[in-house]
Write a protein that binds this ligand. Structure first.
Ligand code: BG6
Length: 509
């Protein structure tokens, strides 16, 4: 039994096909960094992997005086520079034939009417079936204007039988709970919840999805995944880069709003949540929301948070500027580029197990990982000197760049004594699989075009995450310290002190 659209597919298989059907993707903010470095290359990679339909069309919308050819040229350059898969002339030619550009201001109704006309023509000429995804890769202050224009011009109207409309929004989803609710109202005025895809690109990463595979496809981890065995959890997202040319976005936002509110709390949720009843969007999101609503911010934020700003230093043998010297940053800025917080989870599985989250820019190296650090063995039947170099067992999910999982445990050092030292057992993606990992945006864009939502946080998760962060931000704004740390180092001393007060230490970067 097969179906006509895909002869290889068995109609009894209720899973969604992993190939997009006919559609147009409209990209707002096509001249931005994200489009050039991630989105356009991801679209090419999907085409190259045969996952886009033959008539797939991409419409760029921006405030540039461009013709289709200019857009195609920009897209070509970004694909050449950033695509993951090899460049194939035939794939590019086919893809670029479906690329169109509509110039205009977000405030200009005429430009949106032209856009509406352009996509209708594509429906006729390329058989895109009236299915449109709108990707808002633009500063959130323009969201209200754009969604209203989409409604006014009829572009958001999905009354044509069987056709769909989807809108994709990028973080930041507000800058606190209040603004997140306002943003949600704005988008909801035009699009129903099931048409809204909120992108947290960490959820598109293979290694992040693997947290669920590791936990719920195996038997050996689950029995120890709780307060009886786990001493604490460390979630780290360290970057070696500075803010680059993103002063306008970053200043006033800071590390906690930029990545803790979304990427790190999502990592926490996947690590700590209960098993979902299935991998449907509904079940996964329900479990994530449950765990996020059990997170407690410790009462005394003086001892359970730390933040800092990078000062000048050396990185990879090159001298680099401090945050306050970066272009576009006010000399008195109090925006943090490093943040660490200790959180508790009030449920039976995790009561008393602290989750330490840290992130920072201009640190010694780039690494994102989730480390479960286990309790010491209750009794060691060895001499003290033999176990001096034995640390705590740990299971480290290495999100990037060296993707894999490490298990750290004690082992006897070969020789005549019973000396025990920590060793690592490693699983590395590169060694175990011949398949290369798709980029996060490839996976997420495909899911949008297919209409598969489990990897997109729903509004409730966004709100719960702000509920966790808001009191911390308020505390920092009124009283919190802001330490300087040297670029290329390990972050501010206050972050080490936070751990030391609990008798613990961060894993080495
Ligand atoms: C983004 C943040 O969401 O993630 C950036 O806004 C950060 O500040 C980036 O640099 C890191 O992404 P990745 O995939 O390189 O870890």
């Amino acid at each position: 039994m097969t179906d006509a659209a895909n002869p290889l597919r068995d109609p009894r298989d209720k899973r969604l096909p992993r190939v997009a059907g006919p559609c147009v993707l409209v990209l707002f903010g096509v001249t931005g960094d994200l489009s050039r470095k991630k989105l356009l290359p991801a679209i090419y990679d999907l085409a190259n992997r045969g996952l886009l339909p033959p008539g797939f069309s991409l419409v760029g919308f921006a405030r540039r005086d461009w013709e289709n050819e200019d857009f195609r040229q920009i897209a070509y350059e970004s694909v050449k520079a950033h695509a993951r898969t090899p460049f194939r002339e035939d794939v590019w030619t086919h893809l670029s034939e479906g690329m169109h550009f509509v110039p205009g201001e977000f405030s200009d109704p005429g430009a949106f009417d032209a856009l509406a006309m352009a996509v209708k023509e594509l429906d006729e000429s390329r058989g895109t079936g009236g299915n449109y995804a709108f990707y808002l890769s633009i500063p959130p202050k323009f969201f209200p204007q754009v969604v209203e224009q989409l409604q006014r011009s009829g572009l958001a109207d999905d009354r044509k039988e069987g056709a769909w409309r989807r809108v994709v929004i990028e973080k930041p989803f507000g800058r606190d709970l209040k603004t997140a609710l306002e943003l949600n109202d704005t988008v909801h005025r035009v699009f129903p919840e099931e048409s809204i895809f909120r992108i947290d690109h960490y959820l598109g990463k293979e290694t992040v999805q693997n947290i669920l595979a590791m936990r719920f496809a195996n038997t050996m981890f689950e029995p120890i995944w709780n307060r009886s065995y786990v001493d604490h959890v460390q979630i780290t997202m360290a970057e070696d880069i500075g803010i680059g040319g993103r002063a306008g976005y970053y200043d006033g936002i800071g590390a906690a709003r930029d990545v803790i509110q979304n990427h790190l709390l999502q990592l926490l949720a996947l690590t700590a949540m209960e098993e979902p009843t299935s991998f449907s969007a509904q079940s996964v999101r329900t479990e994530k929301a449950k765990i996020l609503s059990s997170v407690r911010v410790p009462g005394d934020l003086t001892v359970s948070t730390a933040r800092g700003q990078y000062a000048a230093g050396w990185q990879g043998g090159v001298s680099v500027k401090g945050y306050l010297e970066e272009e576009g940053i006010p000399a008195d800025s109090r925006t943090e580029t490093y943040a660490a917080v200790k959180l508790e989870i009030d449920n039976r599985r995790w009561a008393g197990v602290p989750f330490y989250l840290r992130t920072g820019k201009r640190l010694s190296r780039r690494v994102t990982e989730v480390a479960m650090v286990f309790q010491q063995a209750p009794h060691l039947p060895f001499s003290h000197t033999d176990t001096e170099e034995l640390g705590q067992n740990a299971l480290v999910m290495r999100v990037q760049p060296d993707e894999g999982i490490t298990v750290r445990f004690g082992s006897k050092v070969p020789g005549t004594s019973m000396e025990i030292r920590d060793v690592n057992m490693d699983f590395a993606y590169g060694e175990s699989f011949t398949e290369a990992s798709p980029e996060a945006y490839e996976r997420l864009l495909l899911d949008v075009l297919i209409g598969d939502p489990p990897l997109f946080p729903r509004q409730e998760e966004v709100e719960l995450s702000w509920r966790i962060l808001d009191p911390i931000e308020e505390y920092w704004a009124s009283r919190g310290g802001l330490d300087q740390y040297t670029s290329g180092g390990y972050g501010p001393d206050s972050a080490d002190e936070l751990m030391a007060r609990d008798g613990r230490a961060w894993r080495r970067l």
